[in-house]
Design a protein around this ligand. Structure first.
Ligand code: FEO
Length: 385
């Protein structure tokens, strides 16, 4: 695949991966993108996951068509992109590796036997590298998603090589909506680092970008404003859409009944969107993503070992460690002798910014009572205000 005049896609699709980054289910697989810029000097942009060494080297070799690469630009050291640096250097030993100081330190730690003496070009933030027609400028993007990350701007073709930024779950040979899997990817993987993404967006706003080449997901060529707007919303923790997410943990179904009644009442009252997650069974990353997408969240759990049910604890930790904020939360607790879940859940958001707590919460003793039904009605009413 050719992008513009001289840029070639040489990435791979992974349909074997069971859990991306050790935790994310990827029903449509994953792509590890890599690019070659053919100019007077030839630059290869990043490598791919270890399992795709042969396929990737074959893709690179076809594009090179007998030519020798001059540079391997390493934007990010996470092994889904950097695993084949040593293999590449074995195949093309005269290549100069282009990276920043932090990247070279990590490279030494990942590849104990890789000797790059005389083959390193250390770049600083804002440095440029001229390939011929193409001039590459390196913009450091620390913590989007690791501290060494840099993105690369090609001012000739107006291409931003954006590292993990603007990436998504899903291989490139499967058609699917960008927003949903890009959001689940962003919130899960980069969500904690909104401030750093905002900084990168400000730097990007000064550049004339016509194409975005991320390390995962499709190359973005049209309607770039859409993707930039989504990234601005997600990284500033704004509400993307109006709606209510109800996330619950239930053992014998009584807490679940309360959730179902609440969802029914919200729908009857015309709530724009209601999404329900069973935290023990549904995809945790999707439940997290949706909490960041919508403005209101209801958490419902049993009390368990004087604490809350473990799936709910994990869920709330997933939210708070990603800087969950600017949202409204309601609580449903259940306990057969000493319900404590509401207090514990609320306490877990102690450091979260700008949380509005519902006045109408629900306290269930074992199973729904008439009083509980009235509480749920009041909760639904308040959520729909
Ligand atoms: Fe796709 Fe942070 O690696």
């Amino acid at each position: 695949m050719k992008i513009g005049n001289d840029i070639y896609y040489v990435g791979v699709n992974d349909h074997q991966v069971d859990l991306f980054e050790g935790q994310y289910v990827v029903p449509n697989g994953m792509s590890y993108n890599s690019y070659v810029i053919m100019d007077e000097k030839i630059a290869v942009m990043d490598t791919v996951d270890a399992n795709f060494k042969d396929e990737w080297l074959e893709n690179v070799s076809k594009v090179l068509d007998g030519a020798k690469p001059d540079y391997l630009v390493v934007q990010h050291m996470e092994p889904d992109h950097a695993a084949n640096i040593e293999n590449f250097m074995k195949a093309y030993p005269d290549t100069t590796v282009v990276a920043n100081t932090k990247t070279f330190t990590m490279m030494g730690n990942f590849f104990r036997n890789l000797n790059l003496d005389g083959k390193k070009l250390v770049v600083a933030n804002g440095d440029s590298l001229t390939l011929g027609k193409h001039v590459l400028t390196f913009v450091f993007a620390p913590m989007v998603h690791w501290p060494e990350v840099m993105v690369t701007y090609d001012s000739t073709d107006k291409v931003l090589f954006s590292a993990d930024g603007f990436g998504k779950f899903g291989a490139l040979d499967v058609e699917e909506d960008w927003d949903c899997e890009a959001r689940r990817y962003y919130i899960g993987i980069v969500g904690k680092y909104g401030a750093q993404v905002q900084k990168l967006l400000k730097a990007a706003a000064t550049l004339d970008i016509q194409t975005i080449c991320p390390l995962h997901g499709p190359i973005l060529t049209e309607n770039l404003g859409h993707y930039l707007e989504k990234y601005d919303i997600w990284s500033s923790y704004k509400v993307e859409s109006e709606g209510v997410v109800i996330a619950y943990a239930s053992v014998y179904g009584n807490t679940k009944k309360a959730v179902e009644l609440l969802a029914q009442k919200l729908e009857e009252k015309g709530c724009p969107k209601v999404t329900v997650f069973d935290l023990a069974r549904d995809d945790m990353a999707e439940a997290v993503e949706e909490a960041f997408r919508y403005g209101k969240l209801v958490l419902a759990t049993i009390t368990y070992n004087g604490d809350i049910f473990p799936f709910m604890r994990t869920y709330i930790e997933n939210l708070t460690e990603r800087s969950y904020q600017n949202r409204t939360i309601g609580l449903i607790e259940n306990g057969s002798w000493a319900p404590a879940a509401a207090r514990i859940m609320q306490g877990m958001f102690e450091k979260s910014k700008n949380i509005t707590w519902l006045e109408n919460n629900v306290k269930i003793m074992s199973s729904l009572s008439e009083a509980n039904e009235a509480e749920i009605e009041a909760m639904a009413e308040e959520l729909c205000k």
